[in-house]
Each structure stands twice: as C-alpha cells, then as structure tokens.
Design a protein around this ligand. Structure first.
Ligand SMILES: NC(=O)c1ccc[n+]([C@@H]2O[C@H](COP(=O)([O-])OP(=O)(O)OC[C@H]3O[C@@H](n4cnc5c(N)ncnc54)[C@H](OP(=O)(O)O)[C@@H]3O)[C@@H](O)[C@H]2O)c1
Length: 252
C-alpha cells in the first residue's frame, strides 16, 4: 500500500454525527482515546473490548460528556470464531441496520523473543488477534458496511510491517499480514463500491502495549493517544473520502 503522511488535519465538531462505528480494543490505549473523541464528535459507537469493567468506565466517560450513548460489546476476541462475529453483525443490524466504519484496533505484541523460544501457542494468539480477527469481523460485517452510503474500514498497521525486527516475528508477521489483507480487500472493493479500505500506522504511542514492549524507553518520549486521535477522526470523516487503499502515517 502507498504510504501517505497526513499533516495539520482539522475536523469539525460534528464530523462523525450519525455515523455508526465499531471500534475494537476500545477499552484501553489508542482505542479508548479514539472512542471518547469519536463519541464527542457525534458518532454512535459500538465499543468492543475484553474487559467489561474498562468498557463500563469508558461508557460512563462518554455519557458524562453528553455524547451519544454507546453500545457496549465485551468480547474476548482471542476466542471468537465466525459464529460470534455473525452474532455481533446481527446485534449491530438490529440496533442500527447498517455500519459506517470499523476500526480494527485491538492488538497484542505477544512474546518478544527469539523465534526458537517463541511458544506455538503465543504465536497463534498474536496471529489470531491481530490478523485472523480482523478477517473474521470484516467477513461478517461487510453486508452491513454495504448498507452505508460512505463506509470505511481502518486496519491497524505498525512500523514492524515496514521493517521487521529481531524477536518480533509473530507481531511483524501479523502486521505484514494485515497490510496484505487490507490491500487485497481494497482491490476487491474500490471499483465497485464506495467502501474505503485503509491502514493506519500509529508509530510510537504511550500505551500499555508500547510501554511493556520497550521497558528501557522513557514513556514520556512517546506521543499520547490523544495527540494522534485527530488523524483517526479525520480518516473516519467525510473529509477523507479521497483516501482509499493507503497506509496512513502522521508526523507526531
Ligand atoms: N502503542 C503503539 O506504540 C502502537 C504502535 C503501532 C501499532 N499499534 C497498534 O495499535 C493498536 C492498539 O494498541 P495500543 O497500543 O492502544 O494497545 P493497548 O493499550 O494494549 O490496548 C489494546 C486494546 O486491545 C484490546 N484487546 C487485547 N486483547 C484482546 C482480546 N483478546 N479481546 C478483545 N480485546 C482485546 C484491549 O482490551 P482490554 O483492555 O479489555 O484487554 C485494549 O482495548 C494495536 O493493534 C497495536 O498493534 C500500537
């Protein structure tokens, strides 16, 4: 996918009004900051994460901000198969009849270790959550995205999908894989639908995932989730309809 660096994006206060958006991994890190901001910009959210407690805390923050009440969908994505993805699609259909965007954000770094020490189960967990789950959800939710006037699918990439690093084999493989999945889906959809498929590479952001993966680096050197959220809002808004089949970077 072609890399595009976004600079100086500005979004209007109601840029996501009426949009129905599913965010996976909404309970923490980038996904949480995005969910709060997207709701404040008018989105009707389905917030999906593993921890119900964290989702409820996010729900409270969204409601306290007088933003549209989100739908909570606690789900351990590590365990899902097509049936659970289809059930989620049915829930969203019953509530909204359509889906305007999915942000495939949930992810784990897994074991960072030489390949010969990487346990098969840990390999499978990373590949399942970071690569297979976005496939399963997209597979089940595409009919709902087709019901939207201007749908958007946002996959989450990483620097490790541009340049693999030693000890990061499962994570790198999953992120290289997601780029391939996204590009293939873009090629399938760009001529005959208005569904936009893009990847976003958040680079280095101050979240639990990052801090645990790089314990020797001062977290204060990283961008905060709130600093990068405007780029996500822009990508989900009507302002970004020209961006299709791109890997999005930003200068923070
Ligand atoms: N932070 C960075 O520097 C960076 C850089 C490049 C790419 N990324 C990517 O950005 C995305 C978000 O990462 P982050 O840094 O925000 O990570 P994070 O703070 O660790 O948050 C990860 C999110 O994924 C959810 N999740 C993890 N396992 C799950 C499971 N089995 N079922 C359902 N949800 C699950 C977590 O839910 P719970 O809290 O409920 O467990 C949490 O909401 C990931 O795809 C990551 O690869 C991050």
């Amino acid at each position: 996918m072609e890399n595009v660096t976004l600079t100086n994006v500005t979004v209007s206060p109601n840029c996501l009004a009426e949009k129905v958006i599913l965010i996976t991994g909404a309970s923490d890190g980038i996904g949480r900051a995005l969910a709060l901001a997207a709701a404040k910009h008018g989105a009707n959210l389905i917030i999906l994460g593993k921890s119900l407690k964290k989702l409820e805390s996010l729900y409270d923050d969204i409601v306290a901000a007088n933003a549209p009440e989100p739908a909570i969908h606690p789900l351990n994505l590590q365990l899902i198969e097509q049936t659970q993805a289809d059930e989620l699609a049915q829930c969203i259909y019953n509530m909204f009849g359509r889906l305007d965007a999915i942000v495939h954000n949930a992810g784990i770094s897994g074991q960072i270790t030489p390949l010969e020490h990487l346990e098969p189960k840990k390999w499978q967990e990373v590949i399942h959550l970071n690569l297979t789950v976005p496939y399963l959800l997209t597979h089940s939710l595409l009919p709902l995205l087709r019901n939207s006037q201007q749908a958007s699918i946002l996959f989450t990439s990483a620097d490790e999908a541009r340049q693999a690093k030693a000890y990061w084999s499962a994570y790198s493989a999953s992120k290289f894989g997601i780029m391939g999945l996204a590009q293939s889906l873009h090629e399938e959809l760009h001529d005959n639908t208005d569904i936009r498929v893009n990847c976003i590479n958040p680079k280095a952001v101050r979240t639990n995932l990052r801090i645990k993966a790089y314990p020797g680096i001062d977290p204060l050197t990283y961008a905060t989730p709130e600093e990068i959220v405007p780029y996500y809002l822009y990508l989900l808004s009507q302002q970004a309809t020209h961006l299709r089949g791109k890997c999005i970077l930003f200068p923070v």
